[in-house]
Design a protein around this ligand. Structure first.
Ligand SMILES: [Zn+2]
Length: 324
C-alpha cells in the first residue's frame, strides 16, 4: 500500500477529513458539522477522521501521520490553537495532541490559510515542477494567505507570515479589529464587498441599482450578488466590484515587489467569480505595476476549492513525517 496521510480541516460550520496520497491526491473523504466548544469539536474531528478512513476502506494504522488545518492564531510548533474568532471559547487548546491521542497517529497543526496555500502549491494551481515560489490569497469572510518560498511553507517568527488581510492599503482608512487602520480585508474580502454595496445603496437612496430589490426584500448582499449584478451591467455593482479588485491588485503589486514569486493564486468565496474576478484584477495590476522591467509573476485562479486546506495539511504532515 502507498503511504497515506490524513488531512483534517476545521471550519466554522463543517469539519472535513480526507485520506491523501503522498503526491497530494484525495482518495476518500468525510465531513461532520463543527459543533461548539473544544470538547465537542474535537469529538467531531475524530468522527470525521474515522469516517474518512472507513470511506477509503483502510485502517487508522495505514495512516502515516495527519495534518490539521485550523483557524488561528495558533502555534504550529507547540500544536496549540491560541484563540479563534470563529470558535468562541477557544483559548490555548492543544488541538494537535488531543487528536494525536484520540486517533493514535502523529499529528501536525497548521493555520488553515497556510495549509490551503501548501495544498494549492503541491496539488493545485502551483503544481508544476518549475514553480518553487508561490503565494495564495484566500478571499473569504476575511483575507488570508500563505507563502511558499523555495518549496517550503514560510511561517515567520510567530506563525504570522502572510497575514495578507492585514496589509495596510489605506493608511487613513477604516479601523480594523486588529488595531491597525486600512487593512486589505476591510476593502477586498467577500463579506466587506457585500457590505460596501449595502452602504452605497443606503447612502444614496435615489441612485438606481438592480441590487435595490435585494436590499428592500431584506436579502443580505454578498460578494456573489455584487459580481452577478456587475456582470449583468449594474453600474453601482460594477463600481463596488471594481473597487475591491483594485485593492486586490494593490496587494498583488506589493507581493510582486517584496517577494517576486512565480505565481500568485486567488482562492476563497470571491474567487468563485472566476474570470469576473481575474480580469479586473489583471487590468488594475497592469495599471498599477511598475514599468521599468517585466514582472514574471503569473496571477491565476486557485484550483482545489474548499479541499485545499485538507490536502495541504495532509501534505505538511507528509513532509514532517519524511523529515523524522
Ligand atoms: Zn487588520
Amino acid at each position: 500500500m502507498p503511504n497515506l496521510y490524513l488531512g483534517i480541516d476545521l471550519g466554522g460550520t463543517n469539519i472535513k477529513a480526507g485520506v491523501v496520497t503522498a503526491d497530494g491526491k484525495l482518495i476518500a473523504r468525510a465531513s461532520m458539522p463543527t459543533g461548539s466548544g473544544p470538547q465537542q469539536v474535537v469529538e467531531h474531528m475524530v468522527q470525521a477522521a474515522k469516517h474518512a478512513v472507513a470511506a477509503g476502506a483502510i485502517l487508522l494504522e495505514d495512516i502515516e501521520s495527519m495534518g490539521i488545518a485550523s483557524p488561528g492564531p495558533l502555534s504550529s510548533g507547540e500544536g496549540i490553537v491560541l484563540r479563534s474568532a470563529n470558535l468562541p471559547g477557544w483559548n490555548r487548546v492543544p488541538l494537535r495532541d488531543l487528536l494525536a491521542d484520540a486517533l493514535g497517529r502523529p499529528a501536525y497543526l497548521e493555520n488553515d490559510a497556510k495549509a490551503a496555500a501548501y495544498g494549492e502549491f503541491v496539488a493545485g494551481a502551483g503544481a508544476h515542477e518549475q514553480i518553487r515560489n508561490f503565494v495564495l490569497f484566500t478571499l473569504g469572510t476575511g483575507v488570508g494567505g500563505g507563502i511558499i518560498y523555495h518549496g517550503r511553507l514560510l511561517r515567520g517568527m510567530s506563525d504570522s507570515a502572510a497575514e495578507i488581510g492585514h496589509m495596510i492599503v489605506e493608511p487613513e482608512g477604516e479601523a480594523c479589529g486588529c488595531g491597525q487602520r486600512g487593512c486589505l480585508e476591510l476593502y477586498a474580502s467577500a463579506s466587506r464587498t457585500g457590505k460596501y454595496a449595502q452602504h452605497l445603496l443606503n447612502a444614496v437612496p435615489q441612485r438606481p441599482s438592480s441590487m435595490r430589490a435585494l436590499l428592500e426584500s431584506g436579502t443580505p448582499i454578498d460578494s456573489r450578488a455584487v459580481v452577478e449584478h456587475a456582470d449583468a451591467g449594474d453600474e453601482l455593482a460594477r463600481e463596488v466590484w471594481d473597487r475591491a479588485c483594485r485593492f486586490l491588485a494593490i496587494a498583488c503589486v506589493n507581493t510582486a515587489r517584496w517577494l517576486d514569486p512565480q505565481m500568485l493564486a486567488l482562492a476563497g468565496g470571491m474567487a468563485a467569480a472566476g474570470e469576473s474576478l481575474l480580469k479586473p484584477v489583471l487590468k488594475h495590476f497592469s495599471l498599477l505595476n511598475w514599468k521599468m522591467s517585466e514582472t514574471p509573476m503569473q496571477i491565476v485562479l486557485a484550483k482545489l476549492g474548499n479541499d485545499a486546506g485538507m490536502i495541504g495539511a495532509a501534505c505538511l504532515a507528509r513532509d514532517a513525517h519524511e523529515q523524522r
